[in-house]
Write a protein that binds this ligand. Structure first.
Ligand code: SAH
Length: 352
């Protein structure tokens, strides 16, 4: 256990041995409803607060926060308690609710060339508690604006389905204890097939987003290297199965790269894949965000709209993701926790 949010009720009962059940309830509510640190759990005797604090100091130490979009987007940079590895969390305010984007690993091993996290490499998995603690800390900040965190997206640093067990533990805490329904949780994956299968067997219906970016294997092999292990046809079949079992929306994410995956032919190929799911998959177009190590340009705003229109004409539901926090490196694919990105001369540039 590295975070107090890793502890089960039983663990807390053991830790506070001899305390009546109502004390355990007070701690639990403090953690998951009031989002307070033990020191602020004023209903508890001081000795208990101190004990919890000593045993479980926060697992995330705040290094810095950056704010953009006129205060609507906040990026938290944390250092992990064991060795100070950096991770990031993004809080996004919308009209009536807030969404938190959590990291699931320190770094990422998937090595997608256009993603800053992938360029920086992998350090370690996060625990369930470290993932939940990100939501709690962001919720504490969000409460200052009187906004409740209503959605969590597992789209920060790391590949959630390479760390499925811990991610699942976090899902259960969010759903059962914080009260963010699984229907408002979205797990994004590069397409780890065994992970999607494991998720399909879990009891709660979370949304699945798949970072597709290409609808033909030779191109996807270059953009998302894990495609060589889990090729498109198998991946899409797995998504169809997930949708059948869970009856939750499945979406395909598509970062738009100029001249690479934004042509009419790409729209046709993508639409065909979407229709292999029933109901057809939803497409989320992401304007490519700049990352230092990737020389390719994003599709223009007009090009993105044209592509969306082509998909709509082919009968596909499509949304264009609004960029959040590009100026503070908080947008999709930009989370590198301030680490210098090594420029590799070996990096493949997709053929156009
Ligand atoms: N590893 C998971 C979770 C990260 S989600 C996954 O890949 O799905 C982050 C999303 O941003 C993914 O869809 C990713 O492909 C996308 N992304 C990465 N780099 C990007 C960039 N430079 N511009 C826009 N989107 C990017």
């Amino acid at each position: 256990m590295v975070s107090l949010y890793d502890a089960s009720r039983e663990d807390i009962t053991t830790l506070l041995e001899g305390q009546p059940a109502f004390r355990i309830k007070q701690v639990w509510e403090g953690l998951y409803q009031q989002f307070v640190e033990p020191a602020q759990m004023l209903t508890l005797p001081v000795a208990l607060r101190n004990k919890l604090n000593e045993q479980f100091p926060p697992a995330l130490n705040l290094t810095s926060t950056s704010v953009s979009d006129k205060g609507d987007t906040t990026k938290f940079l944390w250092s992990l308690a064991d060795g100070g590895h950096p991770i990031e969390t993004v809080l996004m305010h919308y009209k009536e609710r807030a969404t938190v984007c959590v990291s699931t690993q320190a770094g990422c091993a998937m090595a997608c060339g256009f993603c800053a996290t992938g360029q920086a490499g992998f350090t370690r998995h996060l625990t369930s508690g470290e993932i939940v603690e990100q939501v709690v800390r962001a919720a504490r900040e969000s409460a200052k604006k009187e906004q409740r965190v209503a959605n969590v997206v597992f789209m920060g640093m790391g590949e959630p389905l390479a760390n499925e067990e811990a991610v699942w533990g976090a899902v259960e805490r969010m759903h059962h204890d914080i009260g963010i329904s699984a229907r408002h949780l979205t797990i994004s994956t590069v397409g780890i097939i065994p992970g999607i299968r494991a998720l399909a067997q879990r009891p709660l219906p979370v949304n699945l987003a798949v970072s597709l970016h290409a609808a033909r294997d030779p191109l996807r092999d270059r953009l998302v290297p894990i495609n060589k292990r889990y090729p498109i046809a198998d991946l899409v079949q797995e998504c169809a199965d997930y949708l059948r079992v869970k009856n939750r929306r499945v979406s395909f994410e598509w970062a738009m790269i100029e001249g690479v995956n934004d042509q009419p032919q790409d729209a046709k190929e993508l639409a065909r894949l979407c229709k292999r799911l029933r109901p057809s998959a939803h497409v989320n177009l992401i304007p490519l965000n700049p990352t230092p190590g990737w020389p390719t340009k994003g599709t223009s705003a007009q090009g993105v709209r044209d592509f969306a229109e082509q998909l709509e004409d082919l009968g596909i539901n499509v949304t264009i993701r609004r960029n959040r926090g590009t100026d503070i490196d908080a947008a999709c694919g930009q989370l590198a926790a301030g680490q210098p990105i090594k420029l590799s001369s070996k990096r493949e540039i997709p053929a156009t």
